[in-house]
Write a protein that binds this ligand. Structure first.
Ligand code: GLY
Length: 456
């Protein structure tokens, strides 16, 4: 089969290409991600004008797919989904693993997503939808405090910049100013949700989805979303993931799936937005039980760098699963097998990330890392004329480790940090969190699961 991966701006695309390349069904593999490392296993998709194919150009992607006899397109990036890339491919008769623009609204419209949670009775934080600056200020005035922050969420995705913690009116002002029409009526250029902050432990669930059918990944993953340790600093796409979240058994995952995945996909189906692809639901384990924070219409980044090595590719094939979903056959697939192992990844980001990141740092140490030590997925690395590896801006590398020999999560994390410490950007430690996994390995996390699992 000829396979096209439409996913450009993260190491997730490399992990997907790696999985697709492992499949005996893949004949030729293309990707929209430009990276000299990824191009070892997948060809860069080029549009008809000779330029790098844009994931947000639905017609261009569909035309490329038709001209190159693509049998399966995997669309995993939210702005590609928002642009309608899956829809254009479907119209051209190409099998697509990735939801339509309408189904992807479960992620791309925060208002749609929250309203769906309420309609289907899924526990979630209290919220209001604001259309003007004044409405938002009025709601936040008695409510936003340092001890009890609110969170503002713009309706449309903003590449990790759409969610802000609001502890005072000044925070709200800063969050809303870029989207406030100050010249006229102080309306907002897009709706904004203000929601109550919840206290607890965040986990992520993933499910393969095809209409009303779904299959849960049998483990929960834990991401670390802020750039600084102790969950402080600016929000990022994620700085490191560990799996499985300790104490959460397969039975728990199934129960959480019935509570948080089934209602979402059934409602999408009933309302004519049948979902195909990976649904990634972000939950928080509060003292009152699990609540939903968000849904994502694609696999997580960097979660994919952690689950890809866990899929037991000797028995279960990524391309077969993706094709079955795209052809409405998920329910006919045999059981999906996973390796029962701990898996982790650490993100190594370029200087200045996330607020003022720059491309061009020289990466050293990478050549010494082989698959026995760690699995490296990258975003946009170049190899220059002298053979130096040049880092892209942003979350340039994902360095991960999987316990193929049955090591514990603690040991895997230690080894992951050891491997990552060999890599330098311009001779220095890249932007990297030093506390990935600390919270999830704490007794508080395990206690919270124990105390609340009857509410799953
Ligand atoms: N890891 C968070 C996300 O993919 O949205």
């Amino acid at each position: 089969m000829n396979v096209l991966i439409v996913d450009t701006t993260s190491a997730r695309a490399h992990a997907e290409a790696w999985l697709a390349n492992e499949s005996p069904h893949t004949n030729r593999l293309w990707t929209t991600q430009r990276s000299d490392l990824v191009q070892n296993i997948a060809d860069l998709a080029i549009d008809k004008s000779g330029e790098h194919l844009l994931h947000t150009d639905p017609e261009g992607v569909a035309e490329f797919a038709r001209n190159n006899n693509i049998d399966l397109a995997i669309v995993s990036q939210e702005d590609a989904l928002l642009a309608g890339t899956s829809d254009a491919l479907t119209e051209y008769g190409i099998a697509v693993f990735g939801p339509s623009q309408k189904a992807a609204e479960v992620e791309t419209s925060k208002v749609f997503s929250k309203e769906l949670m309420v309609k289907t009775g899924q526990p979630t934080a209290d919220f209001v939808v604001c259309k003007t600056y004044d409405e938002a200020i009025k709601y936040a005035t008695p409510r936003a405090t340092f001890e009890n922050p609110l969170y503002s969420k713009r309706d449309r995705p903003a590449r990790g910049k759409g969610v802000d913690k609001i502890t005072c009116l000044d925070d709200l002002h800063k969050a809303l100013m870029p989207i406030t029409d100050i010249e006229n009526d102080f309306s907002l250029t897009q709706r904004v949700i203000l929601e109550k902050g919840l206290v607890g432990f965040e986990i992520g669930l993933h499910a393969w989805v095809n209409g009303r059918d779904y299959v849960m990944y049998p483990f929960a993953m834990v991401d670390h979303k802020t750039v600084d340790e102790n969950d402080e600093g600016s929000m990022t796409g994620g700085m490191g993931v560990v799996a499985p979240a300790p104490g959460i058994a397969v039975d728990d995952i199934e129960k959480l799936g019935r509570q948080f995945v089934a209602p979402t996909i059934n409602e999408l189906y009933e309302s004519g937005r049948s979902f195909t692809g990976v649904l990634y639901s972000g939950l928080i384990l509060t003292a009152e039980g699990p609540m939903k924070l968000e849904d994502n219409a694609r696999p997580g980044d960097p979660e994919t760098q952690v689950w890809a090595p866990l899929l037991d590719t000797d028995k279960s094939d990524f391309i077969e699963i993706a094709l079955a979903c795209s052809q409405d056959r998920l329910s006919e697939l045999p059981e999906i097998h996973w390796r029962k192992a701990a898996s982790t990844c650490l993100i190594l980001a370029a200087r200045g990330y996330p607020d003022a990141t720059e491309a061009g740092q020289v990466i050293t140490g990478l050549k010494d890392i082989d698959d026995n030590l760690a699995r490296v997925f990258d975003y946009g690395t170049r190899i220059d004329e002298e053979g130096n590896y040049i880092a892209n801006a942003g979350r340039s590398l994902s360095v991960g480790r999987t316990a193929y020999k049955g090591e514990s999560l603690e040991v895997v994390l230690e080894e992951n940090y050891e491997a990552a410490s060999r890599i330098k950007f311009d001779g220095e430690r890249p932007v990297m969190r030093g506390d990935v996994g600390k919270k999830v390995l704490s007794t508080e996390f395990k206690q919270r699961v124990k105390d609340t699992r009857h509410l799953f």
